[in-house]
Design a binder for this molecule. Structure first.
Ligand SMILES: [Ca+2]
Ligand SMILES: [Ca+2]
Length: 492
């Protein structure tokens, strides 16, 4: 809630200011009372891992088939310009679930146990805060990073409070066809199984069972869908949706990296963990060179699209479960992916960069009596905004110490101006700032990039030295995170 900022010069102004403030506060409190719900809302909190913006409603890959996501996001508010706090599972999810930005927690990579951050040690996660306020919190599948589950965040969890991820079927033989650096993980294959045999569908079915029960408390139910995270092993029927010969590759240009620093080129080529490397070796070649050598770019894109369609199938089954339950009309839906994904753009695969492909993600909210069908906004928002927004939607007491902004006003009035910058942090002292129209990046070595999305949506042309943008760049720099906490030691 933003309060009017008043400055006083004369006693008469003070009297007027006191009167106006009282009037404002009384209007505000009566408005609050008017809108208090008789019954608390339930929350269905759905994550799709490693899902980028290749969705039709986000203007993504033109061949993607995701009818269930498309239908759901037409029923509430879609954020067209949503960005993760960090372009990697653990730091993104730790930030989202605690509301604390990576530069304040010191959690930058997957190997930090996020509870070992002194800032997050006793932080109340979203489900903990809901439990504290009378909710039942449960879930299934990957919500926290799989290596660092958080038993105290849940009343109940499947497969278990200390193991959030169900097991998945694998290809019948050792299918190391891809031969990239991490072939066992960076791999794909159609599976001769039915969708219900997949771990994700088992998570969905567990959550659907919860939705069929009578609960004596309002619930916060989480469902973490793991695909399209690697490996891209999904049932054959989802590969069949994408004939290989017709497949369209992402649009790229020759020499896209030529206007970048060696540090940025090192990130593009996936040099490993940058925490141990002061100057990344830009000569290291990564996944992309291997993909090109083997001529499997189309195969990989097809497998990612197939995995999106499988995740979409899972979401559809989950929505059927909600629609057939008594909670259909009093449940808030939050649907998010934890970051974006490169599939060859900037000679890069996977996440772990500060470009649009890696930071942009899916964020959608449907809230009874608050959101409007088919609404959307192009203003930038952060996944850090989810925590305070859910607190406001469910009318819980204000939660102090959160780094995001509540989006409740924007949900109620999607046409409103929401001119805030959001930041994404990858590793120590590497940050991107996104406004509606621009992206500014600064790396730890001091090198910088600037992109104008009004003319360059692919971020092909680094305009950091252009005099035309000097003021815009100076303004974006003001939003760079300033704490830059020393990284928490890695755990094993
Ligand atoms: Ca992820
Ligand atoms: Ca370029």
């Amino acid at each position: 809630m933003m309060y009017p900022r008043l400055s006083f010069k004369r006693p008469i102004d003070i009297q007027l200011a006191v009167f106006l403030t009282c009037l404002f506060l009384s209007c505000h409190s009566s408005h609050k009372e008017d809108s208090l719900r008789a019954e608390p809302l339930n929350v269905l909190f759905i994550s799709i891992d490693d899902l980028n913006d290749w969705l039709t409603p986000l203007g993504g890959h033109e061949q993607v088939k995701s009818p269930n996501i498309d239908r759901l996001v037409s029923e509430g508010m879609l954020f067209n310009n949503a960005h993760s706090a960090a372009p990697l599972c653990n730091p993104s999810r730790a930030a989202l679930m605690t509301g604390v930005a990576p530069d304040r927690s010191g959690i930058y990579y997957n190997l930090h146990h996020w509870r070992e951050s002194e800032v997050l040690k006793d932080a109340l996660t979203i489900p903990q805060y809901f439990m504290k306020n009378g909710y039942y919190a449960a879930g299934a599948g990957k919500i926290f990073h799989n290596k660092w589950p958080d038993p105290k965040s849940w009343n109940d969890y499947w497969p278990g409070k200390t193991r959030h991820m169900p097991r998945d079927p694998r290809p019948a033989r050792d299918n190391r066809l891809n031969r990239t650096r991490e072939a066992g993980h960076f791999d794909w294959a159609p599976l001769a199984v039915k969708p219900d045999s997949m771990g994700d569908m088992k998570s969905v079915n567990w959550v659907v069972d919860q939705l069929q029960k009578e609960h004596d408390k309002p619930f916060f139910l989480a469902c973490g869908i793991y695909r399209p995270h690697l490996p891209w092993y999904v049932p054959q029927e989802f590969f069949d949706l994408y004939p290989l010969e017709e497949l369209i590759l992402p649009e790229v240009i020759e020499d896209d990296l030529k206007d970048l620093s060696d540090f940025a080129k090192g990130l593009a080529h996936g040099f490993g963990d940058p925490l141990d490397i002061n100057t990344p070796d830009s000569s290291i070649t990564g996944d992309h060179e291997n993909i090109l050598k083997r001529g499997v770019w189309k195969e990989a894109v097809r497998a990612y699209l197939a995995s999106i369609s499988f995740a979409d199938y899972c979401l559809g089954e989950l929505m059927k479960g909600l629609d057939n339950s008594r909670y259909k009309n009093n449940t808030v839906i939050v649907l998010w992916s934890d970051h974006g994904y490169h599939l060859g753009e900037k000679e890069h695969w996977r996440k772990e960069t500060l470009w649009e492909e890696a930071t942009r993600n899916l964020l959608f909210i449907r809230a009874p009596d608050i959101t409007t069908e088919g609404s959307s906004t192009d203003w930038p928002v952060s996944l850090l905004d989810i925590y305070p927004t859910l607190v406001d939607i469910c009318q819980l007491p204000e939660k102090k110490g959160l780094d995001g902004n509540s989006l409740i006003d924007l949900l109620k009035d999607p046409a409103m101006e929401w001119d805030r910058h959001v930041s994404t942090t990858y590793g120590y002292k590497n940050h991107a700032i996104r406004s509606r129209d621009y992206r500014f990046i600064r790396y730890r070595d001091g090198s910088e990039e600037f992109y104008d999305h009004t003319t360059d949506p692919h971020e092909w042309h680094n305009r950091i030295d252009s005099a035309k943008y000097r003021e815009v760049i100076a303004d974006l720099k003001e939003s760079l995170p300033k704490i830059n906490k020393t990284p928490v030691p890695f755990s094993q």
